[in-house]
Ligand binder design. Sequence first.
Ligand code: UT7
Length: 347
Amino acid sequence: MPNAYISGTGGYVPPRVVTNDDLAKDYGIETTHEWIFQRTGIEERRYAEDGVGSADMGYEAAKIAIQRAGISVRDIDMMIFATLSPEHHFPGSGVFMQRKFTELFEGDMPRYVPAMDIRNQCSGFLYGLGTAASMVQAGACKHVLVVGGETHSAALDMTTRGRTVTSLFGDGAGAAVVSATDDPKRGVRKWTLGADGRGAESLWMPVWDIRKKPFVPLPDGRMGDAVLKPEMVWPQMDGKQVFRHAVEKMCMALMQVCFDLSLSANDIDLFVFHQANMRINQYVAQQLGIPEEKMIHNIHKYGNTTAATIPLLLAEAEETGRLKPGMKVAMVAFGAGFTWGAAIVDW
Ligand code: UT7
């Protein structure tokens, strides 16, 4: 069975910085830096400019990951795009990103690289990593591009009514190339994924309901302009419920991958946690005896970037030299669905 490892990572965040104070000043939201920072660890986040979407940012991150993997986009056998903020209902962001690689279509031999979309919110990157590693290990692909990209800023309730959710999220994208290798020292050693659909409505954006005919409410049943209530358009969250499940399932998933490989926290060099709330991560670390110096964070500057978070962290850790070949890395995420996942990778 071929060995699958992460051969390249890349990250992209839009240039516009929005601080906690900006949410109050520029949008008139009744909030304070102190409230947001003390409860979440977030100081600022990035917002994409109008006209920029998840596939655009994913493309920027993917280009870096492909270049760092030392390959060309024509070597990619499959693209996986994880997002909860796709450009449109359909088709998914994968094809919108794929077509930006115009070199795929140049010349007499177009490369019609398959583009798969994954809808697993904050766990999306780990669902993508598990899928990519399996594809490589099965011998079906040599190089799989996994991208997490999010444009939350276009779909947040920028009023006091939406402040709990709005203060948490930011935009960005991260990417990783998963490749086959003969090197036994490197590889995706173990991954686990989980879901509990009973939590689906604890964090969701029910902007339409396909069970209803038509799927968006129309005034007086007339075909015409749809009328959407705020609770349908904007994300809704039961924060305390999500918090509780996040701590529990992140601990469980991390313990499972470590148990499967007979590892303890001492054997792990770097812990890459999804960044939804600094307090969630502190609880998990405390429960599992993980020292702060083995953890990396970006929540203070990017907020929760959902599927983009883990690859953004990996890319930055590689850039700064914090993450080097030979290290054992543990990743874990929890998100809407509920969905969760964890992985152990020898870098
Ligand atoms: O990947 C999964 C993504 N989501 C998460 O992981 C989120 C998990 N949950 C959380 O992180 C926390 O529940 C939050 C940080 C979102 C909220 O913290 P909380 O301690 O559960 O606060 P709360 O929702 O119970 O709100 C407490 C108070 C409320 O006021 P009242 O009703 O007590 O008067 C809120 O209206 O704080 C108010 N509040 C705010 N005040 C200022 C809520 N958001 C804000 C805000 N600024 N941004």
